[in-house]
Design a protein around this ligand. Sequence first.
Ligand code: FEO
Length: 172
Amino acid sequence: MIKESIAKALSEQVNAEYYSAYLYLAMSAHADRAGYKGIANWLFVQAREETAHGTHLYQYILERGASPVFKDIKAPELSFSGVTEIFEKVLAHERYVTGLINKIAGLAQEEQDHAGYNFIMWYVNEQVEEEATADELLTKIRMAENYPGLLFTIDAELGNRTFVDPFGGTAG
Ligand code: FEO
């Protein structure tokens, strides 16, 4: 059985991951409507990954004998000035999520929940990758700001991303 404080924090993280999915879908829609189909694809795949992250947390809460708590998922921002702003916000959001995940890891340590700590460490490591990827894409997009040809190439590259369930299942 998991401690109530940890179950609560994990439920809040389910909500945060689904919010991330919602945010990235809003960004994907914006990119799609602006004609950046590859960037839209990358963000859409990102949204599916976030859903998988949330679903995996949800399954873990149940596995540890607790009841997930469901709250409203807030509406994401809907308007962006362009793809540079989108990736600035992706990076800022991932940094924010890293903070949330680190708090859960800290709580699991405090509560001496070794299994919970081990579980959340997957997310700690994932956040390193999430931030690095967002940072790299933002740098590339900033470089392409004044070179439409370069932006076109980046867009085409991001169009190749496909969804792979990070947990090897069918979630997302
Ligand atoms: Fe669920 Fe973008 O990390």
